[in-house]
Design a protein around this ligand. Structure first.
Ligand SMILES: [Zn+2]
Length: 373
């Protein structure tokens, strides 16, 4: 059993990206819809399931807080902060590319990032080994100077930077298993070797950025960013293969002092914004293997920040699987989707997936041999 901390904040659920039909502003033939696709439901329902299952009371509560301007300015530009603040003060609006906020957007985004920082502080203080931050808005698309893709501030990246700037760590690894490319994290650490930024995602799954395997960082950071783009239709077999042959060897070679997971659930098979086929069994397994990495190299220090995941019915069960695994405690909740595991198409490792993962493994082995000291 592992002591697992948990942080969330009501304000994160009040973050309001508006009343859009998917991401399109209603008008013309686009009928108004009652919710934005990034609405509180998946996360609120995860919180409710944690409570109903009895797991929440067995987690160590971590107090939420705001990220301070100085903490945000470690990675973001002053102009970006000012834009978020002024758009919120004016009543809300579009911050960048697909990142609308309402009047509470600046406050909610600072709180969301602050929850991630509080999770790092708790893990670094040793009061908990693992910590989970259940927050909105998400962060991994937010770049130093702009908001993107529902994300305002770069929560996971800010958490890594906090571990370095405040706690003196020298090697932090971020594993981003949200189905979309973690472009914001990449931009934050592109030039730096003190953060190993790994993103496993659906290739070309996000319109604005690519996340190709060729993007490996630059300058002193060359070789310390690792993109694992997978074709649509990958399930348990492909994800396990990618972890075992690409991601886990990279983490073991890097020996991080802290592991951070940008934990999205939109690679789940029911997600409207992803085309992957994972279920709770795979989320449980991925959590196990990153926790093992944290145990081998980082004194168990593991922080998860909640990113995407847009199916309000399945995300709570996938999130419960992750938190059960983190804490080493099972509830009596039976995941209604786990019965599908192994019985529906898409779980098996297909030949084209195996070949791609083998090619990526070879590529990154060569990168490490050339660039890592
Ligand atoms: Zn996503």
């Amino acid at each position: 059993m592992t002591t697992t901390g948990f942080v969330t904040d009501e304000l994160c659920f009040w973050h309001d990206p508006g009343n859009y039909a998917l991401m399109l502003k209603p008008g013309g033939y686009i009928e108004p819809y009652n919710r934005h696709i990034e609405n509180p439901d998946p996360k609120r329902r995860l919180l409710n399931l944690l409570t109903a299952s009895g797991l929440r009371e067995r987690l160590a509560p971590i107090a939420s807080r705001d990220a301070t301007p100085d903490e945000l300015l470690r990675l973001h530009t002053a102009a970006h902060l000012e834009r978020v603040r002024s758009v919120a003060a004016a009543g809300g609006g579009e911050l960048g590319i697909g990142a609308p906020i309402s009047s509470n957007g600046y406050d909610a985004a600072r709180r969301s990032a602050g929850c991630a920082l509080a999770a790092v502080d708790a893990v670094m203080a040793g009061t908990v080994q693992h910590a989970y931050a259940l927050t909105r808005p998400p962060g991994h698309h937010a770049e130093p100077d702009r908001a993107m893709g529902f994300c305002v501030f770069a929560n996971a990246a800010l958490a890594a930077e906090h571990a370095i700037a405040r706690h003196g760590l020298q090697r932090v690894a971020i594993v981003d298993w949200d189905v979309h490319y973690g472009n914001g994290t990449y931009k934050c650490f592109e030039q730096r070797p003190d953060v190993l930024a790994i993103s496993i995602h659906q290739e070309a799954g996000y319109l604005q950025v690519t996340g190709d395997a060729e993007e490996i960082g630059a300058g002193a950071g060359q070789g310390y960013s690792l993109n694992v783009p997978l074709p649509a239709g990958c399930g348990d077999g492909a994800y396990r293969d990618a972890f075992e042959r690409v991601i886990l060897p990279a983490l073991d070679a890097y020996r991080p002092e802290l592991v951070i997971v940008a934990c999205g659930y939109d690679a789940g098979r029911f997600d409207p914004l992803g085309r992957m086929l994972l279920d709770g069994v795979t989320f449980r397994w991925m959590t196990e293997v990153v926790a093992d990495v944290a145990a081998r190299h980082a004194h168990d220090r593991l922080v998860l920040t909640h990113e995407g995941g847009y199916c309000p019915v399945s995300v709570p069960f996938f999130g419960l699987a992750v938190l059960e695994t983190l804490s080493g405690q099972r509830t009596d909740v039976a995941c209604p989707f786990s019965g599908l595991h192994g019985k529906v198409p898409g779980n098996r490792l297909e030949d084209h997936q195996r070949r791609l993962v083998a090619e990526l493994a070879g590529r990154f082995d060569a990168v490490r041999q050339r660039l890592w000291q």
